[in-house]
Write a protein that binds this ligand. Structure first.
Ligand SMILES: Cc1cc2nc3c(=O)[nH]c(=O)nc-3n(C[C@H](O)[C@H](O)[C@H](O)COP(=O)(O)OP(=O)(O)OC[C@H]3O[C@@H](n4cnc5c(N)ncnc54)[C@H](O)[C@@H]3O)c2cc1C
Length: 426
């Protein structure tokens, strides 16, 4: 049986581990913090706009498990907020234990609080990774799912300091890029003005700190929109934001709150004194990141050049997933690339031809399009998501956007790819 080592336990690493296991391999998932899901612990929005299509494609492709868990943990379904339709919001407090139980039940070996510090490669192949305690773990194929946020120096240099985000670098140590350890130069995402890195696009306020009426409306409806006083509106922040799908003027003119268990505030950061001037938020208190009054985590500083199979260019048995493998934003996007990486890692280890999802599927199109634009055309200020921005426009133009589950299943059938990720490849 082949052994696949996945480094990074965010949504992409979890998805890679699930698909490697389903493809018949032994899967070892290594995560430096005490939590799986990484940035997924502070997210929650899914099925908005084209993410609905992508989730249904993944179900037909045999990789629906993680979307079923998201659906089961949803506090709100089919809600709308500016620029976004039929969104679901999962409970960030409930999702991680559910996912952890699921991966363990599947027989995946999960190693949390375990930091990969180095990679051993020889003649274009990775042989092993080295852990913080000196242990060497060998494998047949490896997946770099280490994300693109941290280490702290990046937030100090290109952000407004360490914002004390979910990555918790001061406690658990820095992100370590496997691809960089193999000599592959990471590509750097940039703002419109050329500055490296972009701010994460949301933060979270404690529900207890909202006024009773705002809290009640948020819990009942899932979304509350409050006007920003005229003199406090700042459109400049939109360019620095990771999330192209929320870089709309409505997100500067209003404070948009979503109920993900906490009150998710749809802006990168917002000075606390200004926030407390808004009726209903007089007692507001940040709980993620703790310094969201001043900044947020800086991301997209370490995207590896990859093929559409998600294999890292130049290293035969190293695959990338999530933000590491393409300038993609989102849980859904991480699950999609993770599935391709996990499945292809097993194919590579077993000497089988790797698969590329076709451009006639939204899931295939986003991988090829983002690689073409970012890696080959060097458009470093672009990021891609099914949920908005330029890629959602492409989905609409090319007839890829649909919320009709039967029609989406038929698409996958026509490509002869039903249950691709659920079965052992031969
Ligand atoms: C504040 C915030 C809010 C967001 N909200 C949403 C949302 O509502 N909806 C949505 O779809 N997307 C949202 N996103 C984006 C989305 O969460 C990410 O794009 C996606 O989850 C990235 O997944 P990933 O697996 O690529 O990376 P990450 O989630 O960053 O996971 C990488 C993991 O690798 C681990 N790691 C790194 N180095 C090592 C190492 N050397 N050894 C072991 N482990 C290591 C890290 O600890 C981390 O857990 C949000 C992001 C942020 C930051």
């Amino acid at each position: 049986m082949s052994k696949i080592i996945i480094v990074g336990g965010g949504w992409s690493g979890v998805s890679a581990a699930v698909c490697a296991k389903r493809a018949g391999a032994e899967a070892v998932l290594i995560e430096k913090t005490d939590l799986l899901l990484g940035a997924g612990n502070v997210g929650g929005i899914f099925r908005n706009n084209g993410r609905y299509t992508a989730a249904e494609e993944m179900k037909a492709l045999g990789a629906g498990d993680l979307f079923e868990i998201m659906d089961a943990c949803a506090l709100h379904k089919d809600i709308a907020f500016p620029g976004h339709a039929h969104a679901s919001l999962y409970d960030v407090g409930a999702i991680e234990p559910e996912v952890r139980r699921f991966v363990k039940k599947l027989g995946i070996e999960v190693m949390t609080e375990t930091h990969v510090m180095d990679v051993k490669a020889h003649e274009g192949l990775v042989e092993a990774v080295a852990l913080n305690d000196g242990t060497i773990i060998e494998g047949d194929a490896f997946i770099d799912a280490t994300g693109s946020s941290g280490p702290m120096g990046n937030c100090l240099r290109y952000g407004n300091g360490c914002s004390m985000c979910i990555q918790r670098c001061p406690t658990y140590g820095p992100r370590v890029s496997l691809t960089a350890g193999c000599g592959i130069k990471d590509l750097v995402g940039r703002r419109e003005d050329g500055t490296p890195g972009v701010f994460s696009g949301a933060c979270k306020i404690s529900m207890d700190s909202l006024s009773a009426d705002v809290r009640q409306e948020l819990e009942q409806v899932g979304v509350v929109i409050l006007k920003v006083p005229e003199e406090d509106i700042d459109y400049n922040k939109l360019d620095k934001k990771a999330c192209k799908q929320y870089a709309l003027k409505e997100y500067s003119e209003n404070v948009i709150l979503l109920d993900t268990g906490g009150a998710k505030l749809m802006t990168s950061y917002y000075p606390l004194g200004m926030l407390r001037r808004i009726p209903g938020l007089e007692n507001a208190e940040y709980i993620d990141p703790y310094s969201a009054g001043r900044g947020n985590s800086i991301r997209y500083l370490a995207v590896a050049p990859c093929l559409d199979t998600m294999q890292a260019e130049g290293i035969g048995n190293l695959f990338c997933a999530g933000e590491k493998g393409a300038p993609l934003i989102g849980h859904t996007e991480a699950v999609v690339t993770g599935a391709v990486a996990g499945h292809n890692a097993v194919r590579q280890a077993n000497g089988l031809k790797q698969v590329i999802l076709p451009d006639r599927l939204a899931t295939g199109r986003i991988i090829s399009h983002s690689h073409e634009q970012f890696v080959r055309q060097e458009k470093y200020s672009e990021r891609y998501t099914f949920a908005g921005g330029s890629f959602f426009e492409i989905m609409k133009e090319e007839g890829l956007y649909s919320t009709d589950s039967d029609e989406i299943t038929q698409r996958v059938k026509r490509e002869n790819l039903m249950n691709l990720f659920a079965e052992k490849p031969e």
